[in-house]
Each structure stands twice: as structure tokens, then as C-alpha cells.
Design a binder for this molecule. Structure first.
Ligand code: WT7
Length: 632
């Protein structure tokens, strides 16, 4: 790895796409197309939506009663028809939809025809359990074809899926199942990570103990190893359910604004928000962004390394690639097991053209040295995507040189669970700048403003807002409309506040600097400070806790907790271990603090709010800033 100083000297400001890639790009003239999307949105979006199948066309592209939007008003469709049937009927029955691989090199391919049959069987299975349109189904599954089929089976019959990342533990799972009031939970016996089986079923069993609205749990018994006792009347065997169900299931005719899924994401309070996405607009925009940002062609091999438990998995493993009829690689496991070249081994093996991952993974793999990727033939790569957090120029350059071999383009895609699809990036035909996400995508009108909503001049830091509604925007927060409305009220002017700090350069490239609110970004995972704090206080010895993020070279941020103990307890190494264990149990390993420090007092405002900002500045040896509201 080159040292930082030399890399800085080598960072050019701007990188032009190689001619060979440029001439293959579906979009050649970004500026013109963007202009049309803003000046003539009805025509623009109608043209895109017309590339897909609708039972009934929309009467109106957009109805906007701030902050509530309806897209493709009156349109009727089913997203699974567009993701599956459409391709099967167009001669792609035998085209591979997914190549699943695990850490041991096991491979399983599924064609569009087979996936349609699997989805239909499962959809009929869900129906037989009494699941129908509008019912919620929680999915707690490993990153596998079966998980994807579970999501699609819900969408087939109009049930609303709520996928919970399988790395979350009981507390986080229970909260999500309970909030959505899921009728059915779909899970698996286990997931595999670093050569170990991690059981999932026991976590589900614990999570639903008190949730009597959960009627059934469907269990994918991957190795046929669960005994009858492990089932009981509440539990249904996934494989048996599929076998006994019909492979034909007519898609439910869905209104464009019928809910498609809920996905929980961290906010600034202890309770995550159930971000709700609907059918038509989400379908159209994930289709368009996948096609144009990743330049999906008939023979493209595409690999997004995310997990289906996050929005990246929903939009860019499941719905976007399938709507485009692409062939995707999907992997269950971690990037460094059984060896830190495993990703590059699979890129070589499957001749992957588009590779989409997170900066935290790039920085981690960078550490193992340039020799590792150098061993593999990565010449198939054309587009390298980044997502989840700001990518520092060092990691960008490493990705560009050592993975792309200076022949692929890097696209740094900024978006959020709430936005449903990419919002800011450069298209592969367009020059990119290391560390700067780039330009707005079609229909997106971003601005960098101060707290009063005044637009700021170039190269000043402010709040990132979106000034107009876009098709794949969240429609509400499940059961909490006031939290939804807050996005549009935070900053005056009727704009959507993204919660990120950003600035625009003189060429109109947007650079995202990180969160402006009390939300952490740990290894690309979004975690609320308050969520970790409330997990810590579940430990019986803890009176109060405050959590901050500290810059971390690999993970972006690491978590530090300041803890006040209850009367009668004194600080000890054991307590630190126990507190970490508590967070792991309540939330999951990704939220466990790296550091725990015991303190007697926390800085608070006169109204009793913990000033995390002050703690953070002290910890990092920075200026304390305005502390006029500090209690003492
Ligand atoms: C937050 C959203 C969207 C998929 C994964 C995360 C940060 C996301 C970038 C990027 C800088 C980024 C922002 C955003 N973020 N992509 N390319 N550059 N920051 O989804 O969990 O909803 O988190 O991730 O802070 O607000 P999410």
C-alpha cells in the first residue's frame, strides 16, 4: 500500500471514462437527459415507466401535496411480473438470474424460469397460511436465493415484506416484528459466516415469545436437520410448503401506491423508523438507476456485495437487477474468509463486469496488500460502485488502480434507505472525481443549504436537501406519520432534509461529508447513537449512557460509550465485557462499542439532553464550540 502522502500527490482531480467503456454506455448524454427529467418530468417518467409492464397505465405522473406524493396515479402493476414473468415471456426463461456462492465455493444457479416457479410456490404457500394483500411478513434470512424468493413471494400476493438483517439479534428482531405486526415470519435454520453456522431459528423463537399475532414461522431447514420437536404447530417447513404448493400464482394487481415493503432504519431516537416504499415509483426508479448507473446489458454479469437485509440489497440485489433481467452473483459470507482474495477469485471465475461494494470493505481489503488482487484476472470489470459512506480518495484510488486496473470507472452512489434508489453519482459515461459522489440523477434536485434553507455558495459546508419529490421516495414511516413529516419540516422551504452534511464544488459535483445528526456510520451500517445508548442501559448496573462516534480508518466510525453506573456498582473490566455483551444481545454485533469509559457525569443541556457533541470534541481534543446551553 502506498503511503498517504504519495497517494495525495497522485490524486488527479478528475478521471475520464476510457473510450471503450464510454462507447458502450446506455446513457451517452447525461446533461441532456437530466435537463429533460427536470424540465419535462411527466414525459421523462412516462417514457421510463412505459418500458415496463402495467395492467393499467397511470392517469397522472405525480400528485404532490407536500409532503405527500403519489406517483403514477391510477397505474396498476405487479413488480414481480416485471422482475420475472416479463423476462420468461420474452425468451429469457433459461437465463440465469442468480449465481449464489458461499465461502466454501459451493455454487447454486437459478434461472428466471426456475425463480418464477419458486416464487409462485412460496406465494401460494403464504396464501395457504392466510397471508394476503396488505399483511406484513417479516423475513429473517441469510443472503441467499431463498431470501430473495421470500421477498418476491410477498410482493407477488401484495403482502408487505419487512426484511430484518440476519446479523441483528433478538431485541432488534422483536422490535421490528412487533412494530410491523407481522402475521408470518420467514427464517432459516442458520446462516454461515467465517466457516461457522450461526443459528437463526432460536433467535426467532425468543423474539416471538410474547408476540401472539405471529401466526406461523416458515423455516428453511437448509440441511434437513431440525427435528419434529423443533417445529411444533407454529412452525412450517419451507421446502415442504413449496413442494405442496402450486407453481402457478397469478400476480396480485397492485395500485402504483400500494405498499411494497417496510425497512427499518436508524434515526435519532432509540426506536428505528419503518421506512415505507410503495410499488410503482420504486419499481420505475430502481429499474432506471440500475440500468443507467451500472449500464446493464443483455450479457452483463453484476455483483452487489451487500446483504438483502439493507436497502442496497432490496434495490440493487433484488428489484433493480431483476427488473433489468440481469444475471447477478450473490454471496453468503464475509470478504476475508476463507482468504482475503475470495471476492477477486469470484470476480475472475464469473467474469464479473459490475462490482458494487462499500468503502469499509475496500479499506479493509486494502490492508491485506496489493499482491492479493494482483493474483487474479480482473479484466472483466468495467464499473466499480461504492455506497454507504463517503469514500476517501485513498480508497477510491486503490479501488480504481488495483481492482479496476485503471480500465474501469468508479461510481460513488449517494442515497439512503429513504430515497429507495441512487440520487447522486456520476454515470459511467461521465468524468468522476475521487471522494466526490458527483451529480444528481434524473429528477433529483439537490441543494446545499444553511439551517434556514438559504442556498450556500460552492465549497461551503451545509445541509444536503432535495427540493423536489422523486418516484422512489419513502411515502411514510410505518405507524409514525409525524416522523415522516419531519424530513420535510427540518429545514424551511418545503425541502427533504437528508440529514447529511455536504458541499458543492465549482463544477457542480457534490461531496458528502457525513451525517449532521446523531446517527453513526459504522462499517457502512447506520446505527442511531440513541439506539446503542438504550441497549447499554438495559444492563442492570448502568444508570445512564452516552455514545459517540470516533473516526476509524477502516470502519469509518467506531463507537465509544460513556457510562454512569448505578449506586453500589464500581467500574471493572468484567462490567465492560458484560455491557458489550448486552449490546450484542439487544442489537447485534455491529452495534457493540469498541470502547467503554466509566464517568460520574455527562454533559447536558439545561433541558437535560445529553450533549454528545461536547463529549466528542473532548474525546478528539477539539474545540468545544458553543456550550452556552451546557448545564454546568
Ligand atoms: C446514509 C444512508 C444507501 C445505501 C446504504 C446506506 C451515507 C450512503 C453514501 C455515499 C457518502 C453515503 C449517508 C446517508 N451514505 N451512500 N456514496 N457517500 N455517504 O443506506 O443505511 O439508509 O444510510 O449513508 O450518510 O445519509 P442507509
Amino acid at each position: 500500500m502506498e503511503n498517504l502522502e504519495t497517494v495525495h500527490l497522485q490524486v488527479k482531480d478528475i478521471y475520464y471514462p476510457p473510450e471503450e467503456i464510454k462507447k458502450e454506455c446506455i446513457v451517452q448524454n447525461y446533461e441532456e437527459m437530466y435537463k429533460k427529467s427536470i424540465e419535462n418530468p411527466d414525459e421523462f417518467w412516462s417514457e421510463v415507466a412505459n418500458e415496463l409492464f402495467w395492467y393499467q397505465k397511470w392517469d397522472k405522473v405525480l400528485e404532490w401535496n407536500i409532503p405527500y406524493a403519489k406517483w403514477f396515479v391510477g397505474g396498476k402493476t405487479n413488480i414481480t411480473y416485471n422482475c420475472l414473468d416479463r423476462h420468461v415471456l420474452n425468451g429469457k426463461r433459461n437465463k440465469v438470474a442468480y449465481i449464489y456462492v458461499d465461502e466454501d465455493g459451493n455454487e447454486k444457479k437459478i434461472t428466471y424460469g426456475e425463480l418464477l416457479e419458486l416464487v409462485n410456490r412460496l406465494a401460494n404457500g403464504l396464501k395457504s397460511l392466510g397471508v394476503g394483500k396488505g399483511d406484513r411478513v417479516s423475513i429473517y434470512m441469510p443472503n441467499t436465493i431463498e431470501a430473495i424468493a421470500s421477498m418476491l413471494a410477498c410482493a407477488r400476493i401484495g403482502a408487505i415484506h419487512s426484511v430484518v438483517f440476519a446479523g441483528f439479534s433478538e431485541g432488534a428482531l422483536k422490535l421490528r416484528i412487533n412494530d410491523a405486526k407481522a402475521k408470518v415470519v420467514i427464517t432459516a435454520a442458520y446462516t454461515k459466516r467465517r466457516g461457522k453456522k450461526i443459528p437463526l431459528l432460536p433467535t426467532v423463537k425468543d423474539a416471538i415469545k410474547e408476540l401472539d399475532f405471529v401466526k406461523k414461522v416458515i423455516v428453511w431447514d437448509r440441511d434437513n436437520e431440525l427435528s419434529e420437536e423443533e417445529y411444533g404447530s407454529h412452525y412450517i417447513n419451507f421446502q415442504k410448503l413449496i413442494k405442496s404448493s402450486s407453481p402457478v400464482c397469478e400476480p396480485e394487481i397492485m395500485d402504483a401506491e400500494d405498499p411494497l415493503f417496510i425497512l427499518y432504519t436508524s434515526g435519532t431516537t432509540g426506536k428505528p423508523k419503518g421506512v415505507l416504499h410503495t410499488t410503482g415509483g420504486y419499481m420505475v426508479n430502481t429499474y432506471l438507476t440500475t440500468k443507467t448507473v451500472f449500464n446493464i446489458k443483455e450479457d452483463t454479469i453484476y455483483w452487489c456485495t451487500a446483504d438483502i437485509g439493507w436497502i442496497t440489497g432490496h434495490s440493487y440485489i433484488v428489484y433493480g437487477p431483476l427488473a433489468n433481467g440481469a444475471t447477478s452473483v450473490i454471496m453468503e459470507g464475509v470478504p476475508v474468509y476463507p482468504h482475503p482474495g475470495i471476492w477477486w477469485e469470484y470476480v475472475e471465475k464469473y467474469r464479473v463486469n459490475v462490482f458494487y461494494t462499500a468503502p469499509t470493505a475496500i479499506r479493509m481489503l486494502m490492508r491485506f496488500g496489493d499482491e492479493i488482487p494482483a493474483k487474479y484476472d480482473l479484466s472483466s470489470l468495467k464499473i466499480l460502485g461504492s455506497v454507504g459512506e463517503p469514500i476517501n480518495p485513498e480508497a477510491w484510488i486503490w479501488y480504481y488502480k488495483n481492482i479496476g486496473r485503471e480500465k474501469a470507472v468508479v461510481v460513488d452512489t449517494w442515497w439512503q434507505t429513504e430515497t429507495g434508489a441512487h440520487m447522486i453519482t456520476t454515470l459511467p459515461c461521465y468524468p468522476s472525481k475521487p471522494g466526490k459522489a458527483g451529480k444528481p440523477l434524473f429528477g433529483v434536485v439537490p441543494a446545499v443549504v444553511d439551517k434556514e434553507g438559504n442556498e450556500l455558495p460552492p465549497n461551503t459546508v451545509g445541509h444536503l436537501v432535495i427540493k423536489k419529490p422523486w418516484p422512489s421516495m419513502l411515502r411514510t414511516c410505518w405507524g409514525e406519520p409525524e416522523r415522516y413529516e419531519k424530513y420535510w419540516k427540518e429545514i424551511p422551504g418545503g425541502v427533504y432534509s437528508a440529514g447529511d452534511l455536504a458541499s458543492v464544488d465549482e463544477d457542480g459535483y457534490i461531496i458528502i461529508l457525513g451525517r449532521a445528526d446523531d446517527v453513526l456510520s459504522v462499517a457502512g451500517h447506520r446505527i442511531g447513537n440513541a439506539e446503542v445508548e438504550s441497549a447499554i442501559v438495559e444492563h442492570p448496573a448502568v444508570a445512564e449512557a452516552a455514545v459517540i462516534g470516533k473516526p476509524n480508518e477502516i470502519k469509518g466510525e467506531s463507537i465509544k460509550a460513556f457510562v454512569i453506573l448505578k449506586e453500589g456498582y464500581s467500574p471493572s473490566q468484567e462490567l465492560i465485557i458484560e455491557i458489550k455483551e448486552t449490546v450484542k444481545e439487544v442489537l447485534g454485533a455491529i452495534a457493540v462499542p469498541d470502547e467503554v469509559e466509566f464517568v460520574d457525569k455527562l454533559p447536558k443541556t439545561r433541558s437535560g439532553k445529553i450533549m454528545r457533541r461536547v463529549l466528542r470534541a473532548k474525546e478528539l481534543g477539539q474545540e468545544l464550540g458553543d456550550i452556552s446551553t451546557l448545564e454546568d
